[in-house]
Write a protein that binds this ligand. Structure first.
Ligand code: B16
Ligand code: MG
Length: 212
């Protein structure tokens, strides 16, 4: 599959960089302000989930009711704190092997896209100094349907000018793997085989794919 792919589509959080820890700090602050605890275990449920759906889960955890305007205000507050953290991101925080694998693919002539739910994705790639390695960036500002809907990966393969079947998706979330398969792409899971059983293949990290 990797030998024949023409396009590679990468999820961001959990594949290229661990932004989940910063999302967690910002969501926890919001929860504390609302008067309840939000644990790292609760935070697992937010991985790969859009901002407003994440807020919905958080409010359920706290048993807090909020109308549309209040939700928007809460999401803005969380994002402001989160952007503060990612403004300090450094290239050293790129996950092991990610940059080297992107460079290897470019040498091989494979087209590269980002397929992320985050509205902050372009800013994060800039901060990490790897924005120029991507031929296309499809993120939360460009698509409206959250994974496991295939929209983000269909848009990414189209932006690369390729058929989904010629692309492979790299994902750390079960919903992301599901979205990649639903789009008709190959899917490589990054993480635990138990959670990512729908993937064609599961690896521990992109460093496993880097050739010397
Ligand atoms: P934002 P991914 C996702 O990124 C994160 O995993 C998820 O926790 C976050 O809520 C979502 O982006 C939206 O992020 O608030 O920055 O728009 O895994 O799809 O790259
Ligand atoms: Mg992810």
């Amino acid at each position: 599959m990797l030998e024949t792919m023409k396009g590679a589509i990468f999820d961001l959080d959990g594949v290229i960089v661990d932004t989940a820890k910063y999302h967690y700090l910002a969501w926890r602050s919001l929860a504390n302000r609302l008067g309840f605890e939000f644990t790292e275990r609760d935070n697992e449920r937010l991985k790969g989930v859009s901002r407003m759906e994440s807020l919905q889960i958080l409010l359920e955890v706290g048993g807090v009711e909020a109308d549309e305007a209040e939700r928007q205000q809460m999401a803005d507050m969380k994002n402001k704190e989160y952007v503060g953290y990612i403004s300090r991101l450094e290239p050293s925080e790129i996950l092991p092997g990610a940059k080297e694998y992107l460079q290897q693919l470019r040498r091989q002539g494979v087209k590269i896209a980002l397929g992320s739910a985050s509205k902050n994705a372009a800013f994060i790639l800039e901060r990490l100094g790897i924005a120029t390695l991507f031929d296309a960036v499809i993120d939360g500002t460009k698509v409206s349907k959250a994974k496991p809907d295939p929209e983000v990966f269909l848009a990414a393969s189209a932006a690369l000018g390729l058929a989904p079947a010629d692309c492979v998706v790299f994902e750390d979330a079960a919903a992301g793997v599901e979205a990649g398969k639903a789009a008709g792409c190959g899917a490589i899971g990054i993480g635990s085989p138990d959670i990512l059983s729908a993937a064609d293949w599961v690896i521990g990290g992109l460093d496993e794919l880097v050739r010397e």
